[in-house]
Design a protein around this ligand. Structure first.
Ligand code: DCP
Length: 259
């Protein structure tokens, strides 16, 4: 297990009120972010997990309540559309996935966390930052988002992050890292239908994007608050789902990181 992180303070007391720290879990497709988020939630009462809104991307009409389907229409599965025709749908997908995540990131923490006298942490599966610096950027580099779409994406993304200010800031990132081959095996095992055409080379490019952003720090980020954000890199190559020993070793690293 490896760790490259200066610790980040978990809690700040302001006028006696608890400040909930916001942490995002990042990592390649199928590396095990949701599983790890559940492990963290079960580890302590003061951890709240905000899951990734994938189901919204699989049924856009239900998620937006913008249109009523006629009996002949089927729901739009934007995740599937993006994987089937990435040049046509990547920009639309990246817009919608980032908007749905922004909504969840803006929701206030549950009262149980706010009332807690113990250090409290809100955990997100991914963030509006990986949406941009991993996925949208990757799709631009793969020529699936054209330069006009990329300019438009960056413009509204920067505008929204600036407008929402500290409401969308994070205090730390946990990077779950495993080889692209391991992620491919886990992806096959979990069997999400839309992802079955994903090839190793796509996971390899995403792996590089994560390393460049979170380890090499060579990705050009546009927000000051992201530049010195503490990052904990965890080796997720061991199967941790059913191994309590590996789980507690990982939890220990996160707790130390947050002290
Ligand atoms: N996705 C994307 N662009 C984004 C966010 C996600 O193309 N901005 C895609 C990649 C996956 C699916 O959405 O096909 C979900 O991706 P994640 O890696 O975020 O979530 P997983 O469910 O794969 O995570 P894990 O298995 O690690 O819990």
């Amino acid at each position: 297990l490896i760790s490259h992180a200066p610790p980040c303070n978990v809690i700040e007391q302001m006028d006696g009120a608890t400040h909930v720290k916001r942490l995002s879990i990042e990592g390649n497709i199928a590396v095990g972010k949701s599983t790890f988020a559940k492990v963290l939630k079960n580890a302590g009462q003061n951890w709240e997990v905000t899951p990734e809104p994938v189901s919204k991307w699989q049924n856009v009409e239900a998620a937006t309540s913008q249109s009523v389907l006629s009996p002949k229409q089927t729901a739009s599965n934007l995740l599937q559309m993006m994987y089937q025709d990435p040049k046509r749908w990547s920009y639309t997908f990246q817009t919608f996935s980032c908007m749905s995540r922004l909504r969840t990131q803006l929701q206030p923490p549950p009262a149980s966390l706010l009332q807690s006298t113990e250090p409290a942490v809100q955990v997100y599966e991914r963030s509006i930052y990986s949406d941009r610096y991993i996925f949208a950027q990757n799709m631009f580099e793969l020529d699936c988002i054209n330069s006009t779409e990329w300019a438009v994406y960056q413009d509204w993304h920067s505008f929204l992050v600036e407008q929402f200010g500290s409401k969308v800031h994070l205090e730390g990132i946990v990077y779950l890292r495993a080889s692209p081959q391991t992620c491919l095996e886990r992806l096959g095992r979990r069997g999400r239908e839309e992802e079955q055409g994903i090839q190793l080379d796509y996971l390899e490019t995403l792996h590089r994007q994560h390393d460049n952003w979170l380890i090499n720090k060579s990705t050009a980020v546009h927000f000051d608050h992201l530049k010195n954000l503490p990052v904990l890199v965890l080796d997720a190559s061991l199967e941790f789902e059913k191994d309590p020993e590996v789980q507690s070793a990982l939890i220990k690293q996160v707790t130390t990181f947050l002290k």
